[in-house]
Design a protein around this ligand. Structure first.
Ligand code: ATP
Ligand code: MG
Length: 376
């Protein structure tokens, strides 16, 4: 398993049931739809299914369908031929072709446009791919598709933003991962597992957890699920103090017993956003360290991040590429940065910030497909 942190100890009923579903899915070759809130481990489960299936010796490729313009998603999926658009200087295989004999994991499948849903459905029905710009007949590929979403696709089907026929095609086997707050017995084993791994990684001594801290951890609503728990474990190991772990050492958002649904809706603090912005502009700290890390640890709200992005847009005259420099990130981080902003609904329109900009700075948010494809 590529993820060194995978916890496969099936100690609780919820995990046992999950692994039974995974094994059942791994035995067949049917398409799988994995549902669950963000951070519950959908990608981890998709990898497990692939690695326990007969396809395990062939590749597993992944594609995230969120926030990618159609043209790019289409070329990433089906590939393209040289010359099919400006910048397509050589042929490129799509993820479907790369996964031949293996599995394609399609993350956030609910974010696809209706047009892309149509193209995917056609592939699922014919097994044939036609790279962009190719004039020859389509090529058959043998790929098992595992899709994941944190959306309630039934609602999207009802509102006609997700095709019913595609929904049924993808959901032949359904694996649902319950949120952590519904399986509180898993919290401690997972936390201990992660802490053991991080203690080894950081050469830190193992510590016990006080009874009050355990109570607090069990009562938290864990909106970020396992991802949040993993971050808490890392923080507890990195910021280790002496003696048992106390409630005071836990991140602030875990203190309130049975925290409300999502702390990211908490009121924003302009002073905090200003301070972080200042750390990047004057302190040379990178966005990943100053903003991304605290946001993932839930120490920052979505509105804080929006405020920081807004300030960045003012400074860069509405140019996201230039904002990378402002926030001390290398140009190669462009795709990762935009994906992060889109995923967490923190990407603001650049238009209002363009008016003050010199014309030569004007550049759309979307980079041409070739550029993003190469930025992988
Ligand atoms: N069973 C598990 N054992 C160990 N680590 C796990 C497990 N499940 C999830 N994780 C860890 O939690 C984090 C989130 O997992 P993953 O990316 O699979 O979640 P997700 O449901 O796909 O989230 P999102 O919807 O945000 O994409 C990852 O760092 C992953 O390694
Ligand atoms: Mg995921």
């Amino acid at each position: 398993m590529s993820d060194m942190l995978l916890c496969i100890a099936a100690t609780t009923p919820a995990v046992r049931s999950l692994y039974r579903q995974v094994d059942r899915a791994a035995r067949s070759d049917a398409k799988v739809l994995i549902t669950g809130e963000s951070g519950t481990g959908k990608e981890v489960m998709a990898r497990l299914i692939h690695e326990r299936s007969q396809r395990r010796t062939s590749p597993l490729t992944t594609i995230n369908c969120a926030g990618i313009p159609d043209s790019l998603l289409e070329s990433e999926l089906f590939g393209y031929r040289r010359g099919s658009f400006t910048g397509a200087v050589r042929d490129k295989q799509g993820v479907l072709e790369k996964a031949h004999g293996g599995t394609l994991f399609m993350d956030e499948v609910g974010e696809m446009s209706l047009r892309m849903q149509g193209l995917l459905l056609r592939f699922l029905e014919t097994g044939e791919i036609q790279p962009l710009g190719s004039e020859s007949a389509g090529r058959d590929v043998d790929v098992r598709v595992i899709a994941a979403t944190n959306r309630q696709l039934e609602h999207d089907v009802n509102s006609q933003s997700f095709r019913l026929d595609l929904y049924y095609r993808l959901k032949v086997v359904h694996v649902h991962i319950p949120p952590l707050r519904e399986r509180t017995d898993d919290i401690l084993p997972l936390l201990e597992h992660f802490m053991t791994v991080y203690c080894e990684r950081y050469q830190a001594p193992k510590r016990v957890i006080s009874a009050q801290a355990i109570e607090c951890l069990r009562n938290c609503s864990w909106p970020g699920n396992i991802r949040q728990l993993k971050n808490v474990a890392e923080r507890l190991v990195v910021c280790a103090e002496d003696g048992p772990i106390t409630v005071e050492e836990l991140p602030l958002d875990l203190h309130g017993v049975a925290a409300e649904a999502d702390d990211r809706t908490a009121p924003t603090q302009p002073a905090r956003a200003d301070a972080l912005f200042d750390r990047m502009i004057n302190g040379g700290e990178s966005f990943w360290l100053a903003v991304y890390g605290p946001f993932m640890l839930r120490d920052l709200t979505r509105d804080d991040v929006r405020l920081i992005v807004r300030k960045g847009l003012v400074k860069s005259h509405g140019n996201y590429m230039r904002m990378l420099q402002t926030f001390n990130m290398p140009a190669d981080d462009y795709k990762r940065f935009l994906n992060f902003l889109r995923k967490h609904q923190c990407q603001l329109s650049f238009q209002p910030f363009r008016s003050e900009a010199p014309a030569r700075l004007a550049q759309p948010i979307e980079t041409p497909p070739s550029r993003l494809a190469e930025a992988e």
